[in-house]
Design a protein around this ligand. Structure first.
Ligand code: PHE
Length: 445
């Protein structure tokens, strides 16, 4: 790869990786998962997974990309060749690239919904805004045509950015968006805390209640940690290939993880106070939670419709900076084979993603009764990717970097202080893989 495909400045890498990590996973998914999975127990397990599994796996992924400077699959191939490893390690990259396009298929359905809310202004003088909001969400999800329209629009925009290429398309856009988003989410959480029930929110989110823990909650919290950090599928590995040579991986990962966790918790604090103070809103509302709740908060806010527009624009852009990283690993891999140009690859992949997305759209309406293992099509894809594919990807990365690659290689590349390196190495070799394996076993038996 030529050096013109490396981002200039440390900040661009951080913003791009944080742009990938911070997305619907934080603002849309984290609150509803917490709401449906018993609150604090989920939050605490989630935070433990972020530290014990997320940190070492993210460092390892970036290391692979930065060292080999290729798409995730070809970076693995390069490492296989240089270190004379078994060829089947390539499977790890293929699994990840596939997970990316599968996730994108339903991600874009929800991102499309966020788009549609940019154009939705609630009429003045409503007697029961919460009821109005729930009804509006139910109408939107009952209409396949509407959802298909927004899903299509989102995929087209994602494809254009990925088609333009990572350095130009991705590097620039995140520089503007991310700071804006942070500012806004803080503002809204402060406002919600004032108008809603902050006390109940804080005890719901942080007061430990381990009596509610079930295997299902544990595996969902781990899956959410993988999803939210964009690890286990090569997204961050793909960006690692564009990281400036001098940038330090360890420090960068700490920043990304901090930003990601901060936005997720802030989203919780933006949403729950409103839910707890409105009897017609349910914390267990599931995927519709933010769409039913936030408009109610905005409704009572002076200049609320303006804030609502800005907020949904920001969520949509946050979703875009994540969706491009879902499509990038597969695209970059095929591009390197030099058989097709970037735009043609993106078009072919997007058509596949679009068709698969229809299944998720129909899960809200015409297929809502079609169940596989008790889940609808959307639920099945979500469960399979987050709770199975990403953790397997993370497990294999930990084994590859922690057990197969020489320790000296890592030491030399990471340049961490000795004690920090030992902590990292121990968690990579022992804590991360054994926790993933134990959580799997716990949830199966
Ligand atoms: N982390 C993104 C989010 O929170 C989603 C994502 C998952 C992006 C996996 C890339 C890879 O919205």
């Amino acid at each position: 790869m030529s050096s013109n495909k490396i981002w200039t400045g440390n900040m661009t890498f951080i913003l791009a990786a944080a742009g990938s990590a911070v997305g619907l996973g934080n603002i849309w998914k984290f609150p509803y998962m917490v709401g449906s999975n018993g609150g604090s127990a989920f939050v605490i397990i989630y935070l433990i997974c972020i530290l014990a599994i997320g940190f070492p796996v993210m460092v390892s992924e970036i290391l692979i990309g930065k060292y080999a400077r290729k798409s995730p699959i070809n970076s693995l191939v390069r490492i296989i060749q240089e270190f004379k490893l078994n060829l089947s390690w390539k499977f790890l990259g293929v699994l990840g690239a596939l997970a990316g396009v599968i996730i994108l298929s339903y991600y874009s359905v929800f991102a499309g919904m966020a788009f549609s809310y940019i154009f939705k202004v609630f009429p003045q003088g409503l007697e029961n805004p919460s009821q109005y909001s729930s009804d509006y969400f139910n109408d939107l999800s009952a209409s396949p045509i509407n959802l298909i329209f927004w899903h299509t629009l989102f995929i087209v925009i994602t494809s254009i950015i990925v088609g333009i290429g990572v350095v130009k398309g991705i590097g620039r856009s995140v520089n503007i968006l991310m700071p804006f988003l942070f500012f806004f989410i803080i503002l809204i959480s402060i406002y919600s805390s004032f108008i809603g029930d902050l006390e109940t929110t804080i005890s719901f989110l942080f007061k430990p209640d381990f009596s509610v823990i079930t295997p299902q909650i544990v595996i969902s919290a781990m899956g959410q940690a993988f999803f939210s950090l964009s690890i286990g599928m090569g997204a961050i590995m793909a960006y690692g290939a564009y990281m400036p040579e001098k940038q330090m991986i360890g420090k960068t990962v700490v920043t990304i993880i901090f930003l990601d966790t901060f936005v997720a918790l802030a989203a919780g604090i933006a949403i729950f106070p409103v839910v707890f103070s409105n009897p017609s809103l349910e914390i267990t509302a599931g995927p519709g939670l933010i769409f039913e709740t936030l408009p109610v908060a905005f409704y009572t806010l002076p200049y609320g419709s303006l804030f609502s527009i800005i907020f949904f624009v920001l969520i949509s852009i946050a979703a875009l900076s994540s969706s491009i990283s879902l499509l990038e690993p597969f695209t970059a891999w095929i591009e390197e084979s030099k058989k097709l140009n970037r735009f043609s690859i993106v078009i072919i992949l997007s058509i596949f993603v679009w068709i698969l997305g229809l299944g998720s759209i129909f899960s809200f309406n015409i297929w809502s009764e079609v169940k596989f293992f008790g889940l609808n099509f959307l639920g099945l894809l979500d469960y399979f990717t987050n709770n199975i594919m990403l953790p397997i990807g993370g497990f294999l990365v930990a084994i590859l970097i922690g057990w197969v690659m020489p320790k000296n290689f890592l030491k030399e590349k990471l340049k961490l202080r000795k004690c920090l390196f030992e902590v990292f190495y121990f968690s990579l070799r022992y804590i991360a893989p054994s926790s993933i394996a134990l959580i799997f076993l716990y949830s199966v038996f």
